[in-house]
Design a protein around this ligand. Sequence first.
Ligand code: NAI
Ligand code: BGC
Length: 269
Amino acid sequence: MDQVLKGQIAIITGASSGIGAGVAKSLALAGATVVVNYPGDSSKEAADAVLSEITDAGGTGIVAQCDVTNEEQVTKFFADVIAQYGTIDILVNNAGLQRDAKFDEMTLEQWNTVINVNLTGQFLCARAAIREFLRRGPRPDVSAATGKIICMSSVHEAIPWGGHVNYAASKGGVKLLMQSLAQEYGDRHIRVNSICPGAIQTPINKSAWETPQALNSLMSLIPYNRIGQPSDIGNLAVFLASDQSDYITGASIFIDGGMTVLESFAANG
Ligand code: NAI
Ligand code: BGC
């Protein structure tokens, strides 16, 4: 892969598994130094394994613990990375989770947990990144933009999702967080975009692909007829972080094998 991100420092939140791990690997292959974030002790070993794969492939980076819902931890996390590397260039706001329930049975805890990680976590990390981009100013030797933020949204910022109302509301929130930031900081040459994945094979949706029956049923929602892989998202993240996408800001880019094309309308309507 071309070293289009050479010399740049990238933080990827929730990078010890799934899409975050795939994005960290792709950004590292493209030359970025990556910060593989994990939330707590139980995911440290997995984060170390992701970093080993990266360094074995010739990439560079570190692992760093931070719970993205905790303001103090986020402040310290960004300060430590900036102390070590001088600045950051790319934030991938990826950490996220589901706490599914029928709406009439959903607890406040299930609601708050999802909103805190998926939306408030993105707010805290985006704010820390933008503060650093504004402090540091342009770095034209490494990138045309002063800084880049990529928000991991979902097809469910557009497709309503009964049984997952907390999750869909969090991603709807991410959509306008992203767009409003792109509008507010465009004149400072800070680019903010969202990736909106469809079904990607990771631990978050294991029940949708772990049996042949489940996978078969999932295929009825995906015109392209395969489940996505973290590397699919990694490739798009490299593009959105690089100067090849320098005129793209405020965009939600769907990467879903056609899930949002509403296949059910193909034969009639
Ligand atoms: P995953 O469960 O493998 O990854 C989620 C990551 O977030 C984990 O590494 C977890 O440790 C981390 N995390 C959770 N709470 C955290 C916290 N408080 N602080 C820091 N990290 C925390 O699942 P996946 O699929 O890789 O999810 C990544 C992102 O992609 C999420 O935002 C999810 O909503 C989004 N997404 C996933 C899709 C899929 O089909 N897998 C589709 C659309 C969006
Ligand atoms: C969810 C997955 C789901 C996918 C497609 C994602 O946002 O996290 O569980 O498979 O959307 O519906």
